[in-house]
Design a protein around this ligand. Structure first.
Ligand SMILES: Cc1ncc(COP(=O)(O)O)c(C=O)c1O
Length: 319
């Protein structure tokens, strides 16, 4: 019988839920504990006392950082009794969270229905279907909002049949990072991190890692990364001023922010592949572009950023 090696320590700000974790199938125990890698060539022009590290999140079994919140949201829903045998996990997602749900649902024996705009890349639909998820395509003209409305209608009509994790408003999204990504970064830098830079979508990574690091050292600077405007869309990253702001987001946690263009994100993703051997997605390009910008302004420091996913899902749009 597999035992759960994830340790969910309950900090003082969290109300304990008993018990705090399930026994997980082995593949789900492999979520988290990703490598933290130094940048070499791309950081060569920085002062010697400034280091930049990247968290390689495509090492998660579903290929992205979103395996972490997908697992925690589903696990905690089971423990609360909100997700029961026979129910289906449903959500509107065009990306990595959907793949995370599909992976976790398959491993735990829950059917998964993902509602995506029909414009979503072929790779994403096929990966989700490969895990056995049902993919429902909503009209591209209605975008992700159309997919969200579809899910709300479906759940309202059949509340006992579906569990809707709702990652934008679910505290278990950021708590996944508070309990795993944050402590890993603290441990992997031996507490020497000075700046945490991350692209924001649902804001779960920023909020969870940020809150953890501030608890350990209030001087750690938290820097969010967004596109310069809505036209510069980068998969997984939100331009907050023109988006529905996630319920879990507290902008007051942010010490600073960096804005990037799509061209800068794409150019850096290409350089990461060719100059560092890191084949990653475009949000990772945006994150590293921003982390290097922050690092260039320092005389000394340890800057950490997150490479949310790998480049494999982007091959059809890479060239
Ligand atoms: C590729 C990619 N980058 C960045 C993010 C942002 O992470 P978060 O939702 O934790 O803010 C996501 C989230 O889905 C993503 O898929």
């Amino acid at each position: 019988m597999a035992t759960n090696t994830l340790s969910y320590q309950i900090p003082h700000i969290i109300q304990p839920i008993q018990p705090t974790h399930l026994r997980l199938p082995s593949i789900l125990q492999r979520i988290g504990d990703t490598p933290l890698l130094p940048l070499h060539h791309l950081a060569a022009d920085l002062p010697p006392a400034v280091k930049v590290f990247v968290k390689a999140e495509w090492f998660n079994p579903g290929g992205s950082v979103k395996d972490r919140p997908a697992l925690r949201m589903i696990e905690q829903a089971i423990l609360r009794g909100d997700l029961r045998p026979g129910m289906t996990i449903i959500d509107a997602t065009s990306g990595n969270t959907g793949i995370g749900y599909a992976l976790v649902g398959a491993a735990l024996g829950f059917p998964v229905t993902l509602v995506m705009p029909e414009s979503v890349s072929e790779e994403r639909k096929r990966i989700a279907r490969a895990y056995g998820a049902e993919v429902i395509l909503a009209p591209a003209s209605k975008g992700v909002d159309g997919a969200i409305r579809f899910v709300h209608d479906r759940v309202a009509r059949h509340p006992d049949r579906y569990y809707h994790p709702d990652q934008y408003n679910n505290p278990d999204n950021w708590l996944a990072h508070f309990h795993s990504t944050g402590p890993e970064i603290w441990r992997q830098t031996a507490g020497r991190i000075t700046h945490f830079v991350t692209a924001i979508g649902t804001t779960g990574t920023f909020m969870g890692v940020g809150r953890y690091l501030k608890e350990r050292n209030p001087d750690v600077q938290l820097i969010s990364v967004e596109p310069v405007d809505a036209a510069n869309s980068i998969e997984g990253v939100k331009h907050m001023a023109t988006s529905i702001v996630p319920g879990i987001f507290d902008p007051g946690l942010k010490d600073d922010e960096v804005r990037v263009t799509k061209a800068q994100a794409v150019a850096m993703a290409r350089r990461l592949a060719r100059e560092e051997g890191l084949f990653v997605g475009f949000s990772a390009g945006a994150a590293v572009h921003s982390a290097l910008q922050v690092a260039r302004g320092l005389d000394e420091g340890v800057v950490v950023t997150v490479l949310a996913d790998g480049g494999m899902k982007y091959v059809s749009v890479w060239e």
